[in-house]
Design a protein around this ligand. Sequence first.
Ligand code: SF4
Ligand code: SF4
Length: 381
Amino acid sequence: MIPRFGRDRRVGAPTTRVVGPIRRRDQREEHHTKAATGGLGPVVQERWTSESVDPLRRIFFPETRPQNVPHRSWRNVADGPVNPERVEVRNAARMTEIVKGVATWLGANLVGVCALDQAFVFTHHGLRIDFHKGRAGQPVDLPHRYAISMAIEMEPENLRNSPSFVDGAAVGKAYMESSKLAVHLAAYIRELGWPAKAHAFINEDVLHVPIAVTAGLGELARNGSLITRRYGPRVRLSTVTTDLPLVPDRPVDLGVQALCSMCDKCAANCPAQAIPFGPKTVSNGIERWQVDNDKCMTYWVANRARFNDCARCIATCPWNVPDSGWNRLLTWGIPRSRWWRRAFLWLDDRRRGRKPNPPQEWLYYKIPGDRTNWTIPRVID
Ligand code: SF4
Ligand code: SF4
């Protein structure tokens, strides 16, 4: 049992301030759809829609043989029939405890609830590999009242070596686990007699990160990821939307805004220079550090012969360390003291360096001399 070292500080509103009207996003304008339809250039389009050289990538991402991507079939059960025998909910707080208990039992590392804000629902479906073929351009209609946000931890060991095929495997596995979790929780709620829909891994109607922030799982960081207290940015998210009566959680202040203001390790280590240095700017009514998603995606998709994708901004973040009593003690002080934050960053520089990328071999993946030219062996001997 890891000691908690205090509860997360709950606050009245997300620490990323809303300073103007938020325009609902259209998934067709997102970088995945642009990559698939040529908006990021012919090289990215060709690589994005062709087969990866890595067989582990091919069991998670459907490009050539979708039947070898088992969790692809979960798209068909993201929504479904609602049991006509509805369980009456007289105590929403107790119902919330039960739903969180079921989500945790199914595998969620973190669970939170918020009211579903339509600002975080896409206006239209985009094109995400093969998942939304035939649905691109259709309007999204999601009138549910609540969103249940869930986080799955990615393996710290395999995620460390990024970009490579090894961190790509950790990302794919966490996507698979988060999809499994979301479809099962949504099905459970429908069996209670209430509408529910799972949103996960390239099959979603919602923006997971702002929902997770509102539901109190963590804060939006400079690198565009959610930083959570226990796992830092090393999580993948899924969401279940529903009308089941629930009690929303409050957002948290973990000190991420103050820490990211003093730190630029992700920006300094981003091979695509997609993460901004300096202060926040206002983007779509929200004060935040705006990552250039087009640059990010262009970089790793264009290099897919050498690695699957990139998670370097997650791997190098000082908060990306295994969950432990020591780490919870260190992160407890981050929202409380400027000197504590300085010490936290100083310690990470001493322990892992300014460019952390410790060598690591796994299965038949060998570390190349320059640590970037990964190849998949054609012969196992
Ligand atoms: S995933 Fe890689 S390329 Fe994209 S923002 Fe992070 S570090 Fe930069
Ligand atoms: S590396 Fe530093 S600036 Fe970037 S997300 Fe992590 S704490 Fe924030």
